[in-house]
Write a protein that binds this ligand. Structure first.
Ligand code: GLU
Length: 466
């Protein structure tokens, strides 16, 4: 049997972290088992569904590297098929028209509450022989079995049993004829031959209904695996502040997709103590039986740490290609000046985010405006003497890291000051920043001419240096 899983987002917003983790698990399960992964867009809520959300979902999946074998299928394009199955259910007497008005349903509900019962549709029109009112457009309800129970073995949560008496005859088509969510999902999972429904556990209450419907259609029942929700690290509901933002926001914030994948994989699933693993290792190791049934906690520090580890080992050219457009959007042209891959190599140990790396790369192409407090602190008259001397010495040397280092240490020794007394004003003159990677390596990359130019200009123009 070929394993077929699916991801079925509703395009009513961006793809958030919980949805991405569901997609990841469903995808990994298919990939691990040489199966197929199907993408289905559940766009029947026409009021809330937007093309922008569809695009955001597809872009997020692509950015994460979650590829699909079939689809995207759009439910709105499958209406004829849903109508066909509704007709079939009516024909085999597994569905019926219900003419209750909203007001009648409200009365039914209130009476049940008053009697201490759980409010639900009481099956009034199920086997009614009363002739239907002409002026009411009916809904269509599924004839949920009245006896017995639905039992399924959730691959994450274990065996779950729900009594049929707990389930009412749910609506499968509204009075305007449009099919409902629970119905479309069943038809789709059936038609798309889904063998494993892996989805968020907010859908667990729908599963018994969907199983009953599949049985009524004599369709095979897939396996189900309900993935637990993600909470904030504090145990609260995940909010925007805690990281419940769009996947593409993580991209904008400077995360690498492989770091986010690694992080998501570790939410509710683990492979011993392994913290860092590649996507292919994840696929090899992934198993639904090792998915934890309790909610996962979202730890931002962990994500940042992981990103840092991936930045440390990322290919230099790839890093450069990711930083280049970021620099460009800050008005920095990194095609002239030091090779960006050399700059990213120098910066990779200090950055946990691509945004931090971008900021740190700017002074390699253009000096930044220093903080006035740093100017006052470091660019003292004494420092000017040191810098003028250093500038003279720089003029005569070959421009490489060792020579730059020796020239700085000679100046330090000659003036009998500590290293920082030279390095700090030098750093500020050349880059405008008080923090850079090793100053000799930084200067080497910026290049002799540019360093001399920046030092000369700043020595002349800075108020603190005059
Ligand atoms: N469209 C549903 C959602 O976005 C998912 C339904 C399912 O996976 O069965 O929550």
């Amino acid at each position: 049997m070929t394993i077929r899983t699916r991801f079925a987002p509703s395009p009513t917003g961006f793809l958030h972290i919980g949805g991405a983790r569901t997609a990841l698990f469903s995808w990994a399960y298919a990939r691990k088992n040489n199966g197929k992964f199907i993408l289905r867009i559940e766009d029947t809520d026409q009021v809330r569904s937007t093309q922008a959300s569809v695009d955001a979902i597809l872009n997020s999946l692509k950015w994460l590297g979650i590829d699909w074998d079939e689809g995207p299928f759009f439910q709105m394009q499958r209406m004829a098929r849903y109508q066909e199955v509704i007709r079939l259910l009516l024909k085999i007497n597994q569905a019926y028209y219900c003419y209750c008005t909203p007001a009648e349903l409200e009365i039914m509900r209130n009476e049940q509450i008053k009697a201490g019962l759980k409010p639900r549709y009481n099956g009034l029109w199920r086997d009614s022989k009363v002739s239907p009112p002409a002026d009411i457009k009916p809904v269509i309800r599924f004839k949920n079995p009245r006896e017995g129970a639905v039992t399924f073995k959730d691959l994450i949560k274990g065996s779950i049993t729900v009594q049929n008496s707990e389930l009412d005859d749910f609506i499968i088509a509204r009075s305007d004829g449009t099919p409902t969510y629970n119905f479309c999902v069943v038809v789709d999972d059936w038609d798309m031959e889904i063998t494993h429904v892996i989805r968020g556990d907010d859908h667990i209450n729908n599963t018994p209904r969907q199983i009953n419907l599949l049985k009524a259609l004599t369709a095979p029942t897939p396996e189900y695996a309900h993935v637990p929700m993600i909470l904030a690290n504090s145990g609260e509901r995940l909010s925007k502040r805690h990281g419940a933002v769009s996947v593409m926001q993580y991209e904008a914030d400077g995360y690498l997709p492989e770091a986010l994948i690694n992080f998501l994989a570790r939410l509710s699933w683990g492979h011993g103590d392994d913290e860092i693993f590649s996507v292919s290792q994840f696929i090899e190791w992934f198993d639904l039986s090792h998915v934890n049934s309790s909610p996962a906690r979202f730890n931002f520090d962990k994500l940042k740490w992981l990103n840092q580890q991936y930045i440390k080992t990322a290919d230099a050219h790839r890093l450069a290609s990711l930083i280049q457009p970021r620099l460009a959007s800050c008005g920095i042209d990194s095609t002239s000046g030091p090779l960006l891959s050399d700059v990213t190599n120098l910066l990779r140990d200090r950055a946990s985010l691509l945004t931090e790396m971008t900021e740190a790369a700017i002074p390699f192409y253009s000096p930044v405006e220093p903080d006035l407090k740093d100017v006052i602190k470091y660019l003292t008259p004494d420092a000017k003497v040191l810098m003028n001397d250093l500038l003279e010495r720089f003029k005569t040397i070959d421009w490489n890291r060792e020579a730059i280092h020796s020239t700085i240490t000679e100046t330090v020794a000659c003036h009998n000051v500590n290293f920082g007394r030279v390095a700090m004003p030098l750093r500020m003159l050349v880059t405008g920043a008080t923090q850079t990677p090793a100053i000799d390596a930084t200067l080497e990359l910026i290049g002799k001419n540019e360093v001399m130019k920046r030092m000369g200009e700043r020595l002349l123009s800075w108020p603190g240096c005059s």
